[in-house]
Design a protein around this ligand. Structure first.
Ligand code: GTP
Length: 598
């Protein structure tokens, strides 16, 4: 296709503003997918995405659109993930585009991720088409939202497209706006190949498939290509476009977006953000902006049944093929046996990965409380990156500890400034500044330890602001902090998998609340189980789980058999998520109790 007839763009939005619904409508209205084949939210192909209504991996779809001028255009629509955990993938996807459609919910207005995504699109020099969505809703306020887009984002919104992904109103206007406002790709068709890898996934039959944007030159089936980050040479087994069903093509020309079957079996060799060139006669300079995605949160994943250690390892290998941000190393716990310490971009990423491991690979897993990466400096200066509280050296050996901080940006209506102050100060946040973006929106900037943010901060923020607050954050480097390891002891024995790192000033409170929580969570056993929280040898709090008095069935008088069966059933289910630690049965919840401590 002649590049003048190509439009590469992304649809960006705050979560739930209707991006996926709108993308689906575009596919349907361009005849890419017939109505009867529309599965709700076609682009969100993974089950978990569909269930949770979130887009995790970005996707690319090619659409042919015959415009009102009678010409047919090739649209490459690149869907981007909407959640803050996945901003690296958003930025890679945007690098493959010339324009972006900024979707804003007509009833919600500009929210934190609207701002963050719009900033990223502006940084990538994209042409932005504002679209005010869900105008079918009676509570839609398109004029107010236009003003917010102009005041808050400095994007002209007079000509914003007014649309509804649900009814299809305004989608034709959107398609025309894409043709006229988004620039055609510019590249050198005669230069050697340079292509950006903006996504990749593992296909069980064909190996690693990369989603690519050709910047210069072209990519043909059968060519030998080089991955510039690793220098690895691969064979282009197949190239083509996705509609979203894959259509093999002889080549991908300059400016085009499509897929490449690499034949590689290991996804870690195909890094998102890397540049592809020709193996012979290729370029020396990669495309700008490649960086490795860096995990922020670590957790221990242990199979409930130790026979599942190898299958868990294989599953992690498979998933990380498709997810360069996922890293892991073996971890051994006295309490839980052999497992892995796994690094994630954030808590949502962690939940999604754990769920996929359990569902797609049939594993029963126990996850320990998430922890961040601490920098521990030993006396004498050696620094250790600590991913697990278990690796903490003795206090006497430690000179200082540093922890990761975030710059957090919170958008709220002015009424909630006080509530956010109270909560964030209690989480060791340092207030930086506050601006009125509009009459209805205040932007507060904070510095807050990442470890505090991962403790249900977001849930608390939402509930303390009646759901109005939105949060965005960036990594802000390491700062020294007075941190200690808090041990949890069951029946007098420290349980390594339950220990965690906490600020000294919070140690007593957290220890007390946690022992109380654990008392509720750990089921009664045949014997008494003392629970203690301690620093070094010093006990800060103690609770006791009393011994079981009678059999569960003793509760049922006489012969109600179905009730008995139900109780047994319930007991069995409760068991599933338990792990015997020594002789105490500890449920999964116990490990997550640390996250909910106020
Ligand atoms: P992520 O992919 O998770 O970022 O969400 P999204 O932005 O793709 O939102 P999605 O398309 O999943 O829509 C969110 C919710 O809004 C769903 O419940 C949709 O049914 C609803 N919705 C989407 N578009 C419209 C619309 O135009 N009108 C109305 N009334 N509801 C809509």
């Amino acid at each position: 296709t002649d590049p003048s007839h190509i439009r590469n763009f992304s649809i960006i939005a705050h979560i739930d503003h209707g991006k996926s619904t709108l993308s689906d409508r575009v596919l349907e209205m361009t005849g890419t997918v017939a109505h009867r084949d529309m599965q709700a939210q076609l682009l969100d192909s993974m089950d978990i995405e569909r269930e949770r209504g979130i887009t995790i991996k970005s996707q690319a779809v090619r659409v042919n659109y015959t415009a009102d001028d009678g010409e047919t255009y090739q649209f490459n629509l690149i869907d981007t993930p909407g959640h803050v955990d996945f901003t690296y993938e958003v930025s890679r996807s945007l690098a493959a585009c010339e324009g972006a459609v900024l979707v804003v919910d007509a009833t919600q207005g500009v929210e934190a991720q609207t701002v963050a995504n719009a900033m990223m699109a502006m940084n990538a020099n994209l042409e932005i088409i504002p679209l005010i969505n869900k105008i079918d809703l009676p509570s839609a306020e398109p004029e107010r939202v236009k003003a917010e887009i102009e005041d808050g984002l400095a994007i002209p919104a007079d000509d914003a497209v007014l649309a509804s992904g649900k009814t299809g109103v305004g989608v034709h206007d959107l398609l025309e706006a894409v043709v006229y406002n988004i620039p055609a790709p510019q590249g050198d068709a005669d230069a050697p190949l340079r292509a950006l890898i903006f996504d990749s996934y593992f296909d069980p039959y064909r190996g690693v498939v990369a989603l690519v944007r050709v910047v210069d030159g072209s990519m043909r089936k059968g060519q030998k290509l080089k991955l510039m980050a690793s220098g690895k040479i691969i064979l282009a087994e197949e190239v083509g476009a996705r509609h979203p069903a894959e259509e093999p093509l002889p080549q991908l020309g300059v400016g085009e977006v499509g897929y490449l079957v690499t034949g590689l079996k290991d996804l870690s060799q195909v890094k998102v953000g890397d540049t592809l060139t020709l193996a012979e006669g290729g370029v020396d300079e990669p495309l700008p902006g490649y960086r490795e995605a860096k995990p922020m949160v670590y957790t221990g994943l242990f199979p409930i049944d130790s026979d599942q250690y190898e299958p868990l390892k294989e599953a992690l290998e498979k998933l990380s093929l498709n997810d360069p941000a996922l890293i892991w190393e073996p971890e051994k716990s006295h309490a839980l046996g052999f497992g892995f310490r796994v690094g994630f971009l954030g808590l949502l990423h962690m939940e999604v990965v754990k769920e996929r491991l359990e569902r797609e690979f049939n594993l029963d897993l126990l996850a320990t409380a998430p922890s961040v990466e601490y920098h521990v400096f030993r006396q004498g200066g050696e620094m250790i990156s600590l991913h697990s509280p278990q690796e903490m050296p003795d206090p006497g050996e430690i000179e200082r500890i540093e922890e990761p901080y975030l710059k957090a940006k919170i958008l709220i209506p002015p009424d909630y400034v006080g509530a956010v102050m109270d909560l964030t100060v209690a989480r060791r946040g340092t207030f930086v500044t506050m601006n009125y973006l509009s009459q209805h929106t205040v932007e507060m900037l904070w510095e807050i330890p990442l470890s505090e943010l991962i403790m249900d901060y977001f849930d608390k923020l939402k509930s303390n602001t009646k759901g109005y607050a939105s949060l965005d954050y960036d990594f802000d480097g390491y700062k020294p902090s007075n941190l200690v390891k808090l041990d949890i002891l069951l029946s007098g024995k420290p349980i390594d998998a339950l220990s965690f790192i906490v600020h000294r000033d919070k140690a007593y409170d957290r220890g007390r609340v946690l022992t109380e929580k654990l008392k509720e969570i750990i089921p009664r056993q045949m014997f008494e189980v003392p629970i203690q929280a301690a620093i070094g040898g010093r006990v800060l709090a103690r609770e006791t789980v009393k011994a079981k008095r009678k059999d569960v069935l003793a509760k049922c008088y006489g012969g109600d058999i179905s009730r008995k069966r139900k109780l047994l059933e319930k007991q069995k289910q409760g068991k599933k998520r338990m792990k015997a630690i020594g002789n105490v049965e500890v449920p999964q919840e116990a490990f997550m109790a640390i996250l909910k401590v106020d």
